[in-house]
Structures are given as structure tokens and as C-alpha cells.
Design a binder for this molecule. Sequence first.
Ligand SMILES: Nc1nc2c(c(=O)[nH]1)N[C@@H](CN(C=O)c1ccc(C(=O)N[C@@H](CCC(=O)O)C(=O)O)cc1)CN2
Length: 342
Amino acid sequence: MASSVFFTHSHCYSSKPSSLVFRQVGVGPTSLRFSSSHVASVAAMTMDSSAKVIDGKSVAKQIRDEITAEVSRMRESIGVIPGLAVILVGDRKDSATYVRNKKKACESVGINSLEANLPEDSTEEEVLNYIAGYNDDPSVHGILVQLPLPSHMNEQNILNAVRIEKDVDGFHPLNIGRLAMRGREPLFVPCTPKGCIELLHRYNVSIKGKRAVVIGRSNIVGMPAALLLQREDATVSIVHSRTSNPEEIIRQADIIIAAVGQANMVRGSWIKPGAVIIDVGINPVEDPNSPRGYKLVGDVCYEEAIRIASAVTPVPGGVGPMTIAMLLQNTLISAKRVHHFE
Ligand SMILES: Nc1nc2c(c(=O)[nH]1)N[C@@H](CN(C=O)c1ccc(C(=O)N[C@@H](CCC(=O)O)C(=O)O)cc1)CN2
């Protein structure tokens, strides 16, 4: 077994299945590590009311329905169909599944999808050639390079090569730079953090003036999530692997976005009663009762959080489905922008 941490007297233990190598949404190689002193005292959680479950799966479906209507209005009015090109390098099973799901999602809303599947040992130049082709193709309104890339490739060179007008992942440094600046607007906002904020909006969670804590500082989730919360006038703290007093900071938060990739790391006793929790983590843990031998859990101990927070996203079925819904939305935004379609 690769690693096994058991927290007794609680639902929340983590035991990583050794046969699976998952990469988390936006989580880099170093994740937060905390001493066992953080183990929650379940007795301290005296609140017995249940939080609202933030149903990302159904919100994502609602958004896909809205996109379907807009795509057909565009096709009927000006004869343009939005197009998304996805580049997958290598044979990671999880990435192949995400790419397949993106393709299916495009089909379901009427967006054209193009796909380039390149072998693991492709060169950076080959990937750059595909990007150049899609950059010049007027039927392509969005380009996405599935991450992570094989380790011999320079991710920065590759993401920089996507034209910012087609950067539907929002990972180009110019888009991120604009997101960070007051008075500047990015052309696209990264899909997972955008999905987190969309969930808060659709569940009428007010952000302005609230204390928000983002756990994790990855380029694709933690950092842009913190920037987005700040743009919505929250007071934002970022907790990361070098933060000396994470529990203390997290306990002050009205809104928590957890994106660290460590199963069940945030315990009930770390949560301020009534806080809203958006859990980005998708972590496999051993589960002999599941036919797959494992189940997915978030970065927050759901069973404890549901008793103390006012609203929580589940895993699966929370933020995950929103990532793909936001990708479709960004592709539609891009096509509308290019064709001046209101
Ligand atoms: N270029 C990109 N690469 C990656 C991104 C990204 O936004 N752009 N994000 C992740 C992977 N990802 C999409 O690419 C993604 C991850 C998870 C889900 C999702 O719906 N998860 C489900 C559970 C799935 C399961 O049962 O296995 C859920 O949470 O309900 C969608 C998309 C890394 N790479």
C-alpha cells in the first residue's frame, strides 16, 4: 500500500489505492502536509443540522441546456458553429477519460469538437505544430491542451503558444496576468475556479466583504480562485504547504475553496459553523465495498463538514462537472466574440 492514514472515530480516513496513480485537478507535486494534531475531535462538533448540498451535477446540466439554446440561436442566425480543439498527449487513463467526456459534452450542446491524440514520446515541436494549425483554423474557437503533459515537455512553452483569443482554458500568462490586475479583463477565466464561483452565485452565496480561504496555490485552481474571489470583493487568504497555522486561518473563513489534493484533509473542527465549502479535490481512497475497489473523496471530510457548514459541494458531483460546463461556456464566448454575435 502506498500510504495509509487512519483517523479513528470518524468517517474520514484516507487510504490511497496503490494501483491507481491519479493527478488532482490543478494540484502540483507538493501537497500540504499536516501533523496528526489536526485530527478532529468529533465531540467538538456539536451542531447537528445538515448543510445544503451544492449540486454541481445539476447546475452543470442547467448550464449545458443554456449553452445548447445559445449555440442553436447562433447557428440559425449567422450559420456559425463554435469549435473546440483538444490536444491529448500520452496514454494516461484519467486524461483520456476527461478528453472523452469533453468531446461528449461538446456533442450534447452542438459544439464541434476536433481532437489530436499524440503518443507519449511526441516531441514538444509536434505539439506546437498542432497548436499552430488550430491557431490558424477559423473553425476553431477554442484550443485546450489536456494537462498534465508528459514530463519531458515544457508546459509553459506549450501553453504560451495558444493564441490568447482561443485560450478557453484561461492558462495563458496574459489571461492570468489580466485576471490579477484591477481594471483589466482576461479574455477567459480558468474553468475550474470559474465553476467554483458560478456555484456560489447560483446558490446565492454572497461573496462581497466575506472572509474567504483558498487551500492550495496551483496555477490552474488555487491561484486563479483566489484572484476571482478578490475580484468579487472577498478578503482572501491562501493557505499552502508552508503556512504555519492553517487550521487557525481556515477556521476564520466564511467561504472555503479547498484545492490541495489530499483526501479528507480539512476536518470538521477546522470549519467555522455556517461556512460555505467548495471542495475541488478528487482523491481516490480504497473502498472494498465499491466494485472499482476505490471511491472518490474530496479534500474536506464531507461527513463532518455537512454537520457544521451551511453548504458543501460533494465529491463526486460537485465542482468536477462544472469544469466541463465552463469549458463549453468559454468556447461559446469565444465564438460569439469573434463573430460579434450578441
Ligand atoms: N487543460 C486542462 N487540463 C486539466 C484540467 C483543465 O481544466 N484543463 N482539469 C483537470 C481534469 N479535468 C478536466 O480536464 C476534469 C476533472 C474532473 C472532472 C469531473 O467531472 N470529475 C467527476 C468525477 C469523475 C470520476 O468519477 O472519475 C466529479 O468530480 O464529479 C471533470 C474534468 C486536470 N487537467
